[in-house]
Design a protein around this ligand. Structure first.
Ligand code: MOS
Length: 734
């Protein structure tokens, strides 16, 4: 497990290289599909339903069963018994049963109807191709018009209320220049580079599961609930995860099928989703219809904000994103109303996809705000500066820290907003500039970690936290190295094992601050134990670990003792402490948000409709930055994604069978290197100690929020074309 090669101290904030980087580039990082048990691993390939919204009326596996190498073919007739899908109802979403092959209900196109387990992938795949099945269905249902969405979701992702309002919104809207706009964002997919993969082995007592998942504790609960096993009998490991973006918050068909196969055969079984299966089996972002009404008075001050969102919701899967969150929080107005309605449809699973709510909410809302600025004949930066809300515009609660204005001003300066010029364009290629703001909630989620100090001065951190490519190994190592002023090479970080203390996992931009604070708290306990062992009063001593010495205090009062002797005196080989974190009171008293401002420069060829991104610049405020390198990378990644969903991404469902049509990385268009121009990030950095002890706030989903709208606004600036139906494909701008 990763330990740094750095023999020096790495401070919080340092732009440290990823400590797991060498393992990854050498191919030594064991992703789920790389794991090997002593027994040979069998391979499972599943057959997905041909159409959605119905009942499996027939499945014939006879031919498949007689193929060479085939060990078993599982269907709902012979698969191990499971708890029905989505039970127990009161369990959290990621802990509920994800039963497959349990009954004849076909939840969506691509839902598993049979699993072939064979000695090799080729054998399993060929045998699977011989299975025939029929689904009786009335045809899939869809959400086409906002009016069809009449159901109010019980709650929204992130804990937001479905409906919020303050003031008389109709009055406010009608008392000034009013704009009514309908924005549509399409279905999207995250398609992490590492497809969802699981290898499971049941030894008759313990179910060993290697899978690719963002949160381990709820994965154990999910398997226990699905397979009707006690949680203690389930061991999940996920030390390396090749991207998640929300699609690996919970477990999916690969995990359940591999476990069913492993239990049935008592041999290791591997199931890896191929890309088309990822598109159907792993959750996608549902599309949205956002009806937005805005008004501003003659001085360019916003009067009314109304945001009504209509979205599809998958059956038996209560998830709805808070698309209206940014409309409630960014700007001051006399009246604000935001509402979310859903229609339950037989869709492939709809769940979190990077910055649920705010990605597509900001795409529509920050475009609409730009429309309002232009209608008010006010510069889009000046318009935003004039209207930024200094406190929560609905509740009136103060922000813990809030540097939205500073982000916008610094961004405009660094980007050269005032100096932007259109003069170098030829007749057909037009140049445009756009701006958009970002507000993303900041959360602390309960998390635990254990820190073990050995008598040789080395520290091991144990937590079931994951590193989904974000840099968790590295920042946790920095937290320990910084606290004990010790070389990073003496620190080992053990993640992704369900036998370690339960963490928050990775998601919702809460992973870094929550897990890092728990590790810091454990370090503080160790330092108090060391002070006590040295007979020092408990206080605010700094405790350093250097050259096997415990060094307490600084300057003249400094004391040091050999760590080995100290431990020997107390008859122990090691010290250990568990650190925890819970959201504190300040999370009720203050609104906690990370924020940022995006700027973009594009050119648009008005003959071909081709949009070229020249520059993207983002300025972000997320408290103390834990590692400037990994933070910058994440923010840039988010900005690339924002460009991608503004211009390319559009997941299309087939109206006949209900499955996705463009479900591979060739036909699902997304931004590649050539599509991105210069991209830069800077920070307004001020620790926010109301957010957590380390002063850090979430950044994971901040970069994507607002990024697409800045591009859209730049395209409009270039061409005058205001595209309200994303993505902005060439036909829409000519
Ligand atoms: Mo995130 S979309 O909560 O992984």
């Amino acid at each position: 497990m990763p330990a740094s090669k750095t023999h020096s101290v790495t401070k919080i904030g340092d732009a440290v290289d990823r400590i797991d980087g060498p393992l990854k580039v050498q191919g030594k990082a064991t992703y789920a599909g790389d794991f090997e048990f002593e027994q040979p691993t069998l391979v499972g390939v599943y057959v997905g339903a041909v159409r959605s919204g119905g009942t499996l009326s027939h499945v014939d596996t006879t031919k498949a069963e007689s193929q060479p190498g085939v060990k078993a073919v599982l269907t709902h007739h012979n698969a191990p018994d499971q708890r029905p899908f989505a039970e127990p109802e009161d369990a959290a979403r990621f802990g509920q049963s994800r039963a497959v092959l349990n009954d004849t209900t076909i939840r969506y196109a691509g839902f598993p109807v049979a699993l072939v387990i064979a000695e090799t992938l080729e054998q399993a795949r060929y045998a699977a191709s011989l299975i025939t099945h029929e689904v009786s269905s009335d045809g899939p249902d869809f959400l086409d018009d906002a009016d069809e969405a009449q159901t109010t979701p019980e709650s929204l992702d992130g804990g937001f209320e479905p409906d919020v309002s303050c003031g008389d919104v109709e009055h406010a809207l009608n008392s000034a220049k009013r704009l009514d706009m309908t924005y549509r964002t399409p279905s999207q997919i995250s398609a992490a580079m590492e497809p969802h993969t699981t290898i499971a082995y049941y030894d008759g007592d313990i179910l060993h599961v290697h899978t690719s998942v963002q949160i381990l504790a709820s994965a154990v609960t999910c398997l226990a609930n699905t397979l009707k096993m006690p949680e203690e009998k389930i061991h999940v490991q996920s030390p390396f995860v090749g991207g998640g973006f929300g699609s690996k918050l919970g477990l999916h068909n690969d995990a359940i099928l591999a476990c069913l196969g492993a239990i049935h055969l008592q041999q290791p079984v591997k199931v890896a989703l191929h890309r088309r299966q990822v598109f159907h089996s792993a959750p996608h972002r549902g599309f949205s219809i956002q009806n937005i009404a805005l008004s501003a008075d003659n001085s360019g001050r916003i009067n009314g904000i109304s945001h009504h969102s209509a979205m599809p919701m998958a059956q038996d899967y209560a998830f709805a994103e808070a698309t209206g969150a940014v409309a409630r929080i960014t700007y001051q107005a006399d009246a604000i109303e935001s509402q979310h309605r859903v229609k339950v449809v037989d869709s492939p699973m709809i769940d979190s996809c990077r910055a649920p709510g705010d990605s597509i909410g900001s795409l529509a809302f920050e475009s609409a705000i730009d429309e309002l600025a232009l209608a008010s004949e006010t510069d889009p930066v000046a318009f935003r500066l004039k209207n930024i809300a200094p406190a929560h515009p609905v509740t009136g609660k103060p922000f813990s820290t809030h540097h939205l204005e500073a982000c916008l001003k610094q961004g405009a300066e660094e980007f050269g907003w005032e100096k932007r010029s259109k003069s170098d364009d030829n007749n057909t290629v037009k140049r445009g500039y756009g701006v958009a703001l970002a507000m993303r909630m900041n959360l602390i989620v309960p998390s635990e970690a254990k820190v073990v100090l050995d008598n040789n001065g080395k520290i091991t951190v144990l937590t079931d936290m994951t590193d989904i490519g974000t840099g968790t190994y590295t920042i946790l190592s920095q937290v320990v190295s910084d606290f004990f002023d010790m070389p990073a090479s003496d620190i080992t970080i053990n993640l992704g094992d369900s036998r370690s203390p339960a963490s928050c996992g990775s998601g919702g931009s809460f992973g870094a601050s929550s897990s890092a604070t728990s590790v810091r708290n454990a370090c503080e306990k160790i330092s108090r134990q060391l002070c006590q062992m040295m007979g020092l009063a408990q206080g605010t001593h700094t405790v350093a670990l250097r050259d096997n010495q415990v060094v307490v205090g600084e300057g003249e009062t400094q004391q040091s003792r050999s760590l080995a002797e100290l431990l020997k005196d107390s008859d122990s080989q090691q010290l250990e402490a568990k650190g925890e974190v819970e959201p504190g009171e300040s999370h009720d008293e203050y609104e906690q948000y990370s924020c940022g401002a995006h700027f973009a420069e594009v050119t648009v060829d008005t003959v071909t409709g081709e949009v070229r991104i020249k520059r993207q610049h983002g300025v972000f405020s997320a408290g103390q930055i834990l590692n400037h390198k990994t933070a910058t990378s994440q923010l840039q990644g988010g900005m690339v994604w924002g460009a991608s969903y503004a211009l390319f991404e559009d997941l299309q469902r087939d109206r006949r069978h209900g499955g996705f049509v463009n479900c591979d990385l060739a036909e699902y268009h997304f931004a590649v290197n050539r599509d991105i121009g210069d991209i830069s990030v800077s920070f307004i950095e001020e620790p926010d100690y109301k957010a957590c002890k380390l002063g850090s706030k979430g950044i994971g989903e901040l970069g994507i929020t607002g990024a697409g709208a800045a591009i859209a606004n730049a395209v409009c600036d270039a061409t005058g074309a205001r595209v309200r139906e994303f993505p902005i494909t060439p036909d829409k701008v000519i």
